[in-house]
Structures are given as C-alpha cells and as structure tokens.
Design a protein around this ligand. Structure first.
Ligand code: NAD
Length: 333
C-alpha cells in the first residue's frame, strides 16, 4: 500500500516511522506547506517531497495520512475523498462541530476507509481494559475514571489556535469514555486556570473536570491538567459490579529503591511520544488491515464527531455552569 503524508511536523514524523515498520505499507511522498520540513522528512526516508496537488492526482498513491495542523484536516479529508484515497486523519476532525458533521456526510459516501487518529484505543493497556470490560470480567462497568495530565503546558501561542483544552486535549479522553462506555447523555464541565495565567488571559482553562452521565445511570469522570511535574500521567479505572480494572502509568524503569527512609520508584515516562509509541504502530497496522483486508475501521469519522460533540458540550457547560444534554443534532447519529 503506497502512502503519502500531509504534514511533516511532530506527529507526521512518528507516523512516517510507523508506515515504515509495517511491511505492507510504503511511504512514497511527503508534503507540507513548509517545504523545508517536507524535504527533511522525505530525505530521512529516501523519498521525494511533493506538492499536495501532485500527490492527490497520483493514481499510484493508495492512501493519505493527514498529520497537518488541525485547521487543515477537514479540507484535506474532503480532498482525499474526491481523489479516491483511503484516509487516515489525526484528531480532531475540525474545531467546528458543524464543519465536522459536514465532512462526515461527505466521507460517508466514500468507498475507502477513513480513520481517525485516536491512538489511545490502540495502547495495549487501554485495549486490555476494553477487552476485559467487554468480556464481563468485572460484571457491568458502572463508574469510569480517566486521568490525563500533561507534564507541562504548551506555549500560549499554541493554546490560542488549539481550540481550547476540551477540543485539543480532553478530546482523547472523551474518545476513551466513548470507547469504553459508549456515548453519554449529559455533560457537566468545571474548569479553572491554575497553571499559567496567560492561558486564562487567552480565554482557556488549564485544569478541568468533566462528569459524563449515561442514559442508564453509569457515570464517567475525566480529570485534565496541563501540568504534572513528574511526567505524563495517563490512568484509567473502571469499577464494575464484580470488581475493578485499573491501568497505571508506564514508568521510566522498574527499579524500586527501598531504604529506612521509604521506597522510591521511577516516574512516569515524559510525554506522548514516549508513552504511546507502541500505540501509534498498532494504530497504523489497524488502518492497513482496514485498507487491505477489509477489516472494520476501529476509529471512525463518527467517533471523531462524537468526541468533538462532547468537547462542544463541555465548552457550553463551562460557559453556562449548567449540564448539557447530547442531542442527535450534535452527533448526527
Ligand atoms: N494523536 C496524537 O497523539 C497527536 C499528537 C500530536 C498531535 N496530534 C495532532 O496532529 C496534528 C499535527 O500536530 P503536530 O504536533 O505534529 O503539529 P506540528 O506543528 O509539529 O506539525 C504540523 C505540520 O503541518 C504542516 N501543515 C500546515 N498546513 C498544512 C497543509 N495544508 N498541508 C500540509 N502540511 C501542512 C505545518 O507546516 C507543520 O509542519 C494536530 O491536529 C494535532 O492535534 C495528534
């Protein structure tokens, strides 16, 4: 399967490595609006940097991988559909829910796989939670707790174009809740600016808790912070009628030093590149499975719309101080 990457930034480089790792896929072109970035990544892989139009018009290219800035995703999905390519797109679909719904409608007419980059579904730890839950190992899951703290906040210049914490950061956690428990009915959000006053001045929060309530009474909580001085804190716990499932952090090493003063263990790995490297590889192989073997797409464009609808509801709830009900109009499903 021949693949071209749009966007040669942080995550584009990670995906280029995953494409190379899977013997069934071959990276043959890279494009970026910053031609230097495209050329550097292309050279690393011994291939050519090409223009977007050239890639889309090339019948030898089976799939495009969209790893460009968020505000370009929906236009590129549309262009990929028109060009008849299979599409893998990083999260989120768009910052506008309306636009995302529109793109979903366009993509629904496409006969090739369109997959969203919700990498955490492919993390072996979280995938094991899903498998155990579905197998009924803890009975019926009733209370879900997702913890997601970044090690340090991004620059305020990034915050200003990110779409805010719910669309940019918590989108992964909304997807995790949807992955494990399905779509909730009610969203209640609380947020504060505790880490960096400049984030507050830019109109965003850096610390937030969201409670999701399901039609059958199940409850999920998500806790986000832009700062955890000890590293990337990524945990999930599910309480069920017969027990709990718990995923702890992956740590830098397994040494535990015990002295009369107490026990010391290593801290969590630093950030997403360290924590989710295995997940990105498994995620890419799942996309190749969908393209070549006709397997179901494991993170669909509808999943992308659902997560964005939850982010939109969280923004509304934070602004109004009231719970927000998820309607069919918000998800289109
Ligand atoms: N799933 C994950 O774990 C994860 C992690 C990081 C980023 N992301 C997402 O991936 C996307 C990229 O993030 P990043 O951190 O790599 O950003 P980045 O800024 O490092 O890279 C983005 C690149 O896209 C290029 N670009 C912009 N417009 C383009 C266009 N029209 N065509 C081609 N290239 C274009 C930019 O010049 C830049 O080189 C964002 O949407 C982000 O939300 C996902």
């Amino acid at each position: 399967m021949k693949v071209a990457i749009f966007g040669a930034g942080r995550i584009g480089k990670v995906h280029a490595a995953s494409i190379r790792m899977d013997p069934r896929s071959e990276l043959i072109a890279v494009t970026d609006v910053m031609m230097d970035a495209a050329t550097a990544l292309a050279q690393e892989h011994g291939i050519a940097a090409r223009s977007a139009d050239d890639i889309l018009a090339d019948p030898d290219i089976d799939a495009i991988l969209i790893a460009s800035s968020t505000n370009t995703h929906s236009d590129l999905i549309e262009a990929g559909v028109k060009a008849g390519k299979a599409i893998f797109c990083e999260k989120p679909i768009d910052l506008s829910l309306e636009r995302a719904l529109n793109v979903r409608a366009i993509a629904s007419t496409h006969d090739k796989p369109v997959m969203m980059g919700f990498n955490r579904r492919f993390d072996p730890n979280f995938a094991a939670v899903k498998a155990a839950l579905d197998a009924g190992e803890i009975g019926k899951g009733e209370l879900l707790a997702v913890t997601s703290y970044d090690p340090a906040p991004p620059p305020v210049s990034y915050i200003k174009v990110s779409g805010g914490l719910f669309r940019d950061m918590m989108i992964h956690d909304f997807d995790m809740c949807a992955f494990l428990f399905g779509m909730p009915q009610i969203v209640m959000a609380h947020g504060s600016c505790l880490v960096d006053p400049d984030i507050g001045a830019a109109g965003d929060v850096d610390t937030a808790v969201v409670v999701l309530t399901y039609a059958d009474g199940r409850i999920a909580t998500i806790r986000n912070s832009r700062r955890a001085p000890y590293g990337y804190d990524q945990r999930v716990e599910v309480l069920g009628s017969k027990g709990t499932l718990e995923v702890r952090n992956e740590i830098e090493n397994t040494l535990v030093t015990t002295t009369a003063a107490g026990a010391i263990a290593a801290k969590p790995v630093y950030f997403f590149l360290e924590r989710y490297m295995r997940a990105y590889g498994i995620e890419w192989s799942a996309f190749v499975d969908a393209c070549l073997d006709g397997k179901p797409v494991p993170a669909t464009i509808q999943d992308g719309v659902n997560a964005l609808a939850l982010a939109e509801a969280a923004n509304q709830s934070l602004a109004s101080g009231q719970p927000v009900t998820i309607t069919k109009a918000m998800t289109g499903a």
